[in-house]
Design a binder for this molecule. Structure first.
Ligand SMILES: *[C@@H]1O[C@H](CO)[C@@H](O)[C@H](O)[C@H]1NC(C)=O
Ligand SMILES: *[C@@H]1O[C@H](CO)[C@@H](O)[C@H](O)[C@H]1NC(C)=O
Length: 506
């Protein structure tokens, strides 16, 4: 049964790859304008609507099955707005549509000037939130042990677990999980742009993308260069890297961020282990927990009012978990965030790593959509323990203290058994297409970004003709979030199409 299913898939896929070759030639003809159905959102923010748009599950089969894309929109109060601004933070923790509605992040992202000039659209990327979410067996996901197996037996366990889990995704989500790549997402953006343009007469695309979403924006610029008015890529991901390079560069950035954090600790009395050699302590803790993952008593199996984390975190905590959860928090480079992290590490050293344990997956967890996206945009050739070990060694070599990026090793391990091959495998930006974009592209980066290395932004800057790279000299992710000056630069650019003549901003 299982093999039969995989054979059928292989057949349908080869036929749609044949069609996919024509993609860059004819995409616009495949998108027939329909309109977005707008309604009030549950969130009562002024000027906010929630909408859905029906699109084909596969743009190569425009009359086949359809799905609904869910989005939100902040309406401009200007009589004739400058157009529609697509915003996607690429934040994997929450569906895109919430980025227009989330009060806590609202003001820094959409200043009054941006809100006045644009209708701002925030779309749930397909696979997540209200857009045909990837659904898999969360209980299976929560059972998995290490993504860093040290022997054949460990690899076999991981492999058979990853196969079972991938099957659960296929059974629960169906065909949609094969079509979660950035090119498809770019076609979705175009469908929304056309649908929005119908009602407000605007026909140009304005994009403000961060992190993983920058991959969608660059694919959009390749497909529809003549439609792009403004494009901001903040802390971009470099889709020209193969999987080993992706792993190596992320691991380097993770390690650099951890080293900067431990150095901060040696200089700040707020760090409880300031005098005890923070880096050595951390290395010792990680090594000990990787040898023997700890049972965290505070991650109780069910909810209890006096323990907020109970029922939410995994009871087993390994060193790789600690590093991965630390790195995520280092996106916030403020002293307060560093201090809180230092305290949680002190508790972990005392035997209570609860605040650095890995959250339990529930429902259609963000990890599921992220995995589907990684398998569609990168996939993996890894099939054997030797290949897996070679990647682990590469990561260890790049990042001897942190032992390499757990999130990329996880994605690789999960994609080993994904039922679909990569639909949009890594390749450089097609400069013959992107060259046709009329205005300069603005690329922003921070010098020290734990999750999106500066080298990625520099590489994209080389790949995109007529792009301008502006680097903030500080830490954090995404770059503009931690720099008012960067926010002003973005605003002036998307509104006026002026880019300040500056390369480094403090
Ligand atoms: C990945 O890319 C790097 C740098 O371009 C190259 O040296 C390496 O051989 C590539 N690895 C694979 C497996 O293709
Ligand atoms: C975990 O974090 C919470 C909230 O920041 C804090 O109140 C609690 O003391 C921490 N628990 C441990 C064991 O570190």
């Amino acid at each position: 049964m299982y093999h039969l299913r995989r054979c059928i898939l292989a057949l349908t896929l080869s036929s749609y790859f044949a069609v996919a070759l024509t993609l860059s030639v004819l995409p616009a003809q495949r998108i027939t304008p329909t309109s977005v159905t707008w309604n009030k959102c549950l969130d009562q923010t002024d000027g906010l609507d929630c909408g859905t748009l029906e699109v084909p599950i596969d743009w190569d089969d425009p009359y086949g099955h359809t799905i609904h894309l869910h989005m939100s929109r902040l309406r401009s109060v200007k009589t004739i707005p400058l157009g529609t601004l697509f915003f996607d933070s690429g934040n994997v923790d929450r569906p895109g549509s919430l980025q227009c509605t989330d009060g806590s992040t609202f003001y820094y992202r959409f200043s009054p000037r941006l809100r006045y000039n644009f209708n701002i659209v925030c779309l749930d990327r397909r696979g997540i939130g209200g857009s045909n979410p990837v659904n898999c067996d969360a209980a299976l996901w929560n059972e998995i042990g290490s993504f860093f197996p040290t022997d054949q037996a460990g690899f076999d366990t991981l492999n058979s677990w990853s196969l079972k889990w991938a099957d659960s995704c296929y059974e629960r989500s169906g065909l949609g999980i094969g079509v979660t790549d950035a090119t498809t997402a770019a076609l979705d953006w175009e469908a929304v742009r056309i649908a929005e343009g119908e009602s407000n007469g605007d026909s140009m695309m304005n994009m403000f993308a961060q992190g993983h979403a920058t991959n969608i924006a660059t694919r959009y610029a390749e497909l529809f260069p003549e439609k792009v008015r403004a494009m901001v890529l903040d802390s971009p991901i470099d889709h020209s890297l193969n999987q080993s390079e992706l792993l190596r560069t992320v691991s380097l950035a993770n390690e650099d961020a951890i080293l900067r954090f431990t150095k901060w600790c040696t200089r700040h009395p707020q760090c409880p282990w300031q005098k005890r050699g923070p880096l050595n302590l951390l290395e010792g803790l990680v090594a000990a927990l990787n040898r023997r993952p700890k049972h965290e008593p505070l991650c109780l199996p069910e909810h209890r009012g006096d323990f907020p984390q109970a029922g939410n975190c995994r009871t087993k905590v390994s060193g790789h978990h600690i590093i991965e959860n630390m790195v995520r928090r280092l996106d916030d480079p403020t002293d307060e965030a560093y201090q809180a992290l230092a305290q949680d590490l002190a508790a972990a050293l005392d035997g209570f790593p609860v605040n650095l344990s890995t959250p339990i997956a529930v429902g259609s967890d963000r990890h599921f959509a992220n995995t589907a996206t990684h398998c569609a945009d990168w996939g993996t050739d890894v099939k054997t323990f030797e290949q897996h070990r070679a990647l682990q060694e590469l990561a260890h070599e790049a990042a001897p203290r942190t032992l390499g990026s757990a999130s990329v090793m996880r994605a690789i391990s999960m994609c080993m058994n994904w039922p679909y091959p990569a639909r949009n495998p890594p390749r450089p930006v097609d400069d013959s297409r992107v060259r046709l974009v009329r205005h300069p592209t603005l690329i922003l980066a921070s010098a020290y970004n734990p999750s999106a290395p500066l080298s990625w932004a520099q590489s994209l800057h080389r790949q995109i003709p007529n792009s301008k790279l502006i680097t903030t000299t500080g830490k954090g992710n995404p770059a503009h979030h931690w720099s008012q000056r960067a926010q002003d630069i973005v605003e002036e650019y998307v509104v006026k199409l002026n880019i300040e003549n500056v390369e480094l901003i403090p």
